[in-house]
Design a protein around this ligand. Structure first.
Ligand code: KG4
Ligand code: ZN
Length: 335
């Protein structure tokens, strides 16, 4: 079964053709990041306009690269939630138009479920159930993936997402948007124990996260030293901050797995590209004899191949939309 998948939830316009949920026949990603970088973050109105310009050529390119015609497709999957509403609407309306004109079924797909599905592409043997840490620019969740379309939230952030905290700390150090990747690179040469940063815990919810206090602590550290005219070692600040975020994420994730008796652990989302997070969880799982899966780095960020993968399982579960499908800025992964 061949699915054309479309993604436009944030600042990447993407299209892909995926066969049977696991085989990527094509994957095109047009990134707007250079333009948003001028403003230090995503400007929603600019994102919508650029999606509207890019969507037709990106979809055409995906079909050409896959060597597939519209007549050879079996369904169209599209990200309909969560994300920037104006950006999502571009993909949803394009997909609706294409579905109406071709008669192909329209499959609404949740963005975070798609991030999880990137693992089905990178790890062909992976099947639910498993416990997944979904960490992106907008979300930080621990999710029990009971089946391909049945999920339960075990823990989540009470304030900032991990990616957001990385980006804001990086911006304070003068790194370009999205700073998470730059901060990760700079941290490789630093000492993770150079600065003592807090490990915020949520008292009544042991699997929940809180990153805003940690983010404020590193921003204060940078501002205070600037005011005193002291020069901080940037690599050491990056390494200490990365270590603190990864410590919070991995401690709660491992604890949740132990308490729930889960022995198959998976990570997903933009932050799953983080080198220390990948290394720490690989080692922690290996120590315990658990299985550990992660997406290949090229599939950690936003793309449409993962939408084609999740869309396949949504289609099999009967999740087909009418032409009145809408986009939603927020929607629980449990749905
Ligand atoms: O999943 P994603 O591409 O978009 C959303 O759905 O939000 O995640 C983007 C986030 C950004 O905050 C970016 O800085 C972060 O993922 N990110 C990283 C790394 N690569 C991307 N954060 C830390 N380390 C990385 N290597
Ligand atoms: Zn994403």
């Amino acid at each position: 079964m061949k699915i054309l998948a479309i993604e436009s939830s944030c600042d990447e316009t993407a299209a892909a053709v995926v066969e049977d949920g696991r085989k990527v026949l094509s994957s095109i990603v047009a990134s707007q990041v250079e333009e948003h970088r001028l403003y230090g973050g995503v400007v929603p109105e600019i994102a919508s306009r650029r999606h509207a310009e890019a969507i037709t050529p990106v979809v055409k390119q995906a079909l050409t690269q896959a060597d597939v015609t519209l007549a050879q497709l079996d369904a169209i999957a599209v990200t309909h939630a969560p994300g920037l509403i104006g950006a999502l609407l571009v993909g949803v309306n394009f997909a609706k138009g294409l579905s109406l004109s071709t008669g192909l079924p329209l499959v609404p797909t949740h963005h975070l479920r798609s991030h999880i599905a990137s693992n089905y592409i990178s790890n062909p043997e992976l099947k639910p159930p498993f416990l997944c840490l979904v960490v992106s620019g907008g979300h930080s969740h621990i999710v029990m993936v009971e089946d391909y379309t049945k999920m339960k939230i075990i823990g989540k952030t009470r304030d900032d997402a991990a990616g957001e905290a990385f980006d804001k700390a990086a911006r304070t150090m003068g790194m370009p948007y999205p700073g998470g990747i730059e901060l990760d690179k700079a941290a490789q040469d630093g000492d993770p124990h150079a600065f003592k940063l807090p490990r915020p815990v949520v008292h009544d919810a042991p699997y929940d996260f809180s990153f805003s206090g940690l983010k404020t602590a590193v921003i204060n550290l940078i501002h205070n030293s600037a005011q005193k005219g002291q020069e901080l070692n940037k690599a050491d600040v990056c390494a200490s901050f990365r270590y603190a975020v990864v410590d919070c994420l991995s401690t709660n994730f491992i604890k949740a797995a132990e308490d729930l008796g889960a022995t198959k652990l998976v990570i997903a989302g933009g932050v799953s590209a983080n080198r220390l997070l990948r290394q720490t969880l690989s080692e922690e799982c290996q120590k315990r004899g658990w299985q550990f899966y992660m997406p290949e780095k090229s599939l950690c960020g936003d793309n449409a191949a993962m939408v084609g993968s999740q869309g396949y399982y949504e289609y099999l579960s009967g999740n087909i939309a009418d032409t009145d499908l809408n986009a939603y800025a927020t929607m629980s992964i449990e749905c």
